[in-house]
Ligand binder design. Structure first.
Ligand code: FAD
Length: 402
């Protein structure tokens, strides 16, 4: 297998790297170590996200993969991988994963022409920020059991119910909502997808504070919220089919792997420059063994990301699904291994987050706290294992029974 980039790809990668390296100099101190906390918890962090979104949009990079009819330039999968790697490596904000990664492709397959014209350009221009309204207190892995209703009333749908874990819901302009339009229906029947303005009367967003007090997640309550019928996406009652497609818009996982690689590089610098009992940590045989294991894992993770890109190019969608699950599973568990290793060798200092004594500015303790969530969101790792068993190994499909 030859992973050598073409000359065109090499110069593109250099352009992406130079852009992110330069622009990240503008990150305010409140952006901290980046990630979701950097993005959503402080006003200044979110302002930097919107600034970066505009900059990336000016380059035409938000919509570069989109079909020409929607203003994109149909960039190759490899170009998208390189962009994701570069952005992930520099931990740069500016791409709204909900808008760009999930809702825009959903609109392309499910929306009518008027909706595409109205809703896609603000996403491409980095002007519209979304949150994802799927999970409820009693509907997570078993999403089809959700109970929030949206009942047709004249030219509107009236929404009642509750969503939870809504990442960035307090910052978003819009939500893509999955709700039950037929109250008599069961499970995946009678569900519909909506584009919803977050400033509509009757919407209450309550913070769901993270263990370190950061405000990233929310509960969202709906009390007789009126959504105009023109914001129903696709066919009423067939939202599950559309939502399954949203779930399948694959990401190569390259950004996450590149972010892990950068963290590993920081740890390599740390062990080379930190002494314990008169010796550099880099001379400790156990530290070296563990670091090398993580290094090999990052190489495996990167190869998985390239494999997804290659399968996407071949349009081998069944294998894309199982390999994307492998990548999600491997990447999130790798993140956890990096966090465990790092906080372990940093000792008690490794538990400090906001202090001049915090190694690497508290990066690893933040990762330590955050990485458990990574194993749960976007389909928990147990669900990913089920998917790999079914689509990858050909084992019988697990059915939800509720
Ligand atoms: C940090 C974070 C951010 C999130 N952001 C959003 C968001 O922005 N919008 C949104 O809509 N949702 C969001 N979620 C919700 C997320 O999608 C759900 O938490 C997830 O789907 C799991 O659902 P649950 O929490 O209800 O757990 P449950 O589904 O109740 O699962 C509990 C446990 O049982 C396991 N389990 C469940 N079913 C099976 C099965 N069939 N086989 C094997 N094991 C199983 C799970 O893996 C898990 O360990 C977020 C979650 C987290 C943690």
């Amino acid at each position: 297998m030859d992973f050598e980039l073409t000359e065109k790809e090499k110069s593109l990668k250099e352009e992406f790297d130079a852009f992110f390296k330069e622009e990240m100099k503008n990150a305010p101190p409140e952006y901290g170590n980046g990630g979701l906390e950097g993005l959503y918890s402080m006003e200044e962090g979110f302002a930097f996200h919107t600034y970066m979104a505009k900059k990336i949009a000016e380059k035409g990079w938000i919509s570069m993969a989109w079909p020409k009819e929607h203003g994109g330039r149909e960039a190759s999968i490899m170009e998208q991988v390189l962009f994701g790697q570069s952005r992930g490596y520099y931990d740069a904000p500016g791409i709204d994963g909900f808008a760009v990664g999930m809702f825009a492709p959903t609109l392309m397959v499910g929306a009518n022409d008027e909706q595409k014209k109205r809703l896609l350009p603000p996403i491409a221009n980095g002007e519209a920020f979304y949150c994802q309204g799927w999970s409820e207190p009693d509907a997570g892995s078993d999403l089809a059991s959700l109970t929030t209703t949206a009942i047709r009333d004249g030219d509107d749908y009236i929404v009642n119910g509750q969503k939870t874990w809504t990442t960035g819901g307090h910052r978003a302009d819009y939500m893509f909502l999955l709700a039950r339009t037929d109250p008599e229906s069961k499970r995946s029947k009678g569900l519909s997808v909506f584009h919803l303005r977050m400033d509509l009367p009757g919407i209450e967003v309550r913070p769901l504070l993270f263990m370190d007090g950061a405000h990233v997640y929310n509960e969202v309550f709906f009390k007789d919220v009126r959504i105009p019928a023109k914001d129903l996406i696709g066919v009423e009652g067939e939202g599950w089919t559309l939502t399954r497609q949203t779930m399948n818009f694959e990401r190569s996982g390259s950004g996450g792997m590149a972010a892990s690689k950068r963290k590993l590089e920081k740890m390599i610098d740390y062990v080379k420059s930190t002494k314990r009992d008169g010796k550099f940590l880099s001379e400790d045989p156990i530290v070296r063994q563990k670091l090398v294991k993580i290094y090999i894992d990052t190489q495996v993770g990167e190869t998985l990301a390239y494999k997804i890109a290659w399968l996407q190019k071949k349009k081998d969608m069944m294998n894309v699904i199982s390999t994307a699950s492998e990548s999600k599973l491997f990447g999130t568990e790798l993140s956890q291994r990096i966090a465990n290793f790092s906080t372990e060798i940093m000792g008690q200092y490794g538990q400090l987050e906001a202090s001049e004594w915090a190694p690497l500015n508290g990066l690893m303790v933040e990762l330590y706290q955050f990485c458990m969530g990574q194993n749960i969101y976007a389909g928990s790792n147990e669900i990913q294992r089920n998917l790999i068993a079914w689509t990858g190994l050909g084992l019988p499909r697990m059915k939800m029974t509720k």
